[in-house]
Ligand binder design. Structure first.
Ligand SMILES: C[S@@+](CC[C@H](N)C(=O)[O-])C[C@H]1O[C@@H](n2cnc3c(N)ncnc32)[C@H](O)[C@@H]1O
Length: 264
């Protein structure tokens, strides 16, 4: 993982300093616009910026590229969240949501920026999740906070249970409390060695703060123990199986493959 700096617009100084304390990052104050401030840092790692309208993550070697933000209502994400559209997503089919007779509870062990979690919730699942990367969790909490002000997102938000922490521990705790999820969904980072494979420039910043999830294989056995109905693993097309498993079903999407381990 590479370093991350925290930039806070002067108008949100108190909030920014509290966030810095939580993340163990010193806050550097800026007056908008942000771009000149980004350019003042060495071109390495990422900058988390608290701007007047929300929190964003920038790759410092690409200060002109867009921010990674969690905007549930905007752009492609907002479009995918229509209930009718969500039902056509491969992740929804792979999780067995279309055939379920009662609403399913899915544990998303690798929620990242919540894109898959929100599509699953838009298709009617209750989604419990735990994220271990503190900077990613800060981006998501900011996005959820802004979404809470939007009436049209209330039904979706009511289905999301977001926690910070390691999913291995949260899964074990849920199982011990008799709250095993129907489905466990896994989408760990996949180590791209080839830089040209990093299609989206903004995702460079995400990778900088998350790393490669080199311990991802351990998620599969834990998921198989915790889930009651199935475990679904998302992988890039052509990538090797996670954890040496043998899936019972495979769904091919446009850029991803979903390996499904059936338990019933
Ligand atoms: C590829 S991203 C997931 C993207 C996500 N599916 C989405 O739609 O935005 C992987 C995420 O899983 C998180 N992660 C990996 N292993 C984890 C673990 N054991 N516990 C919690 N989070 C984990 C990483 O920090 C990263 O944010």
């Amino acid at each position: 993982m590479t370093p991350c700096v925290l930039l806070v617009c002067r108008a949100r100084e108190a909030e920014g300093r509290a966030l810095g304390e939580r993340l163990g990052l010193a806050a550097t104050l800026f007056d908008p616009p942000l771009k000149p401030c980004l350019k003042a840092f060495p071109p390495e790692g990422a900058a988390l910026a608290l701007e007047p309208d929300g929190l964003g993550l920038y790759a410092l070697d690409l200060p002109g590229s867009g921010a990674v933000r969690v905007d549930l209502e905007a752009g492609a994400m907002g479009w995918r969240l229509g209930a009718d559209r969500a039902r056509h997503e491969t992740v929804v089919k792979a999780c067995g949501l279309l055939k379920a007779k009662t609403p399913l509870t899915i544990f998303d062990a690798t929620p990242g920026l919540l894109r898959d979690a929100c599509v699953l919730a838009a298709a009617g699942a209750r989604v419990v999740m735990a994220e271990r990367a503190p900077v990613v969790a800060a981006l998501v909490e900011d996005g959820l906070h802004r979404a809470a002000a939007l009436a049209e997102l209330q039904p979706l938000l009511a289905l999301l249970d977001y926690r910070q922490g390691d999913s291995l521990q949260v899964l074990a705790a849920l199982a011990a409390a008799g709250q095993r999820p129907d489905v466990v969904y896994l989408d760990p980072m996949f180590p791209h060695r080839d830089k040209s494979a990093l299609v989206k420039k903004e995702m460079r910043a995400f990778r900088a703060v998350v790393g490669d999830d080199g311990d991802a294989d351990a998620l599969l056995p834990a998921a198989l123990l915790a889930a009651t109905k199935r475990v679904v693993v998302k992988r890039p097309r052509g990538a090797p199986l996670l954890g040496g498993g043998t899936p019972g079903l495979v769904f091919e999407g446009k850029s991803a493959r979903f390996d499904v381990y059936l338990l019933q």
